[in-house]
Design a protein around this ligand. Sequence first.
Ligand SMILES: C[S@@+](CC[C@H](N)C(=O)[O-])C[C@H]1O[C@@H](n2cnc3c(N)ncnc32)[C@H](O)[C@@H]1O
Length: 203
Amino acid sequence: MMNRKQHWETVYTKHPDHELGWYQSDPELSFRLIEKASPGRGRVIDVGGGTSRLPEKLLDRGYQKIAVLDISATAVAKAQARLAQRADRIQWIIADITEAQDLGPFDVWHDRAVFHFLTDPADRKRYVELAARTLPKGGRLIVGTFALDTPPRCSGLDTCHYDAAGLATQFGAEFRVVDQVSHLHTKPTGTQQHFIFLTLERV
Ligand SMILES: C[S@@+](CC[C@H](N)C(=O)[O-])C[C@H]1O[C@@H](n2cnc3c(N)ncnc32)[C@H](O)[C@@H]1O
């Protein structure tokens, strides 16, 4: 049985981006939610960013402090190669988000399609505690997960599914919901998946 890290290294080694179910040529919704959460273009961390095109979109828009964290060194290497010289302007962190202790302060925490892989409540608890340590009061956490009607597995792994209320509950009393968006993602194969995106404020 492969561990979590080996699983993701294998996925990114075997498949080019356009074969990945979560691939987006333009992470338009994530970008829009970050812009709304941080009009002053504050510090942004993309948790489980993989090979997403979000960092270059944020660089183009003038964000100065951007970090991308992912468990897969292969994904990070691919993203760095794509960004070429601009990769130096991003902080790259190879880590399991359930094991990281201190990421330093960020104003916006963004997670598209990572939290729903945390099927163990203890992992979710560590994730939420780290997010609460990372975001100062008033900071924003944007999280996008599978909605209730999406099939139960992704990339060969079990996932959790949420509606807005269920997802908000995961984040407890240190966060309050400020925005919610339903989103239909079209996979490269043409099939569609419902996502729910919440923006929460650290209180
Ligand atoms: C479905 S992909 C989404 C990638 C990216 N957020 C996007 O929207 O394109 C999930 C990503 O989370 C990463 N990941 C999975 N579990 C993780 C963990 N425990 N800690 C950090 N990254 C993780 C994977 O390597 C993968 O890049």
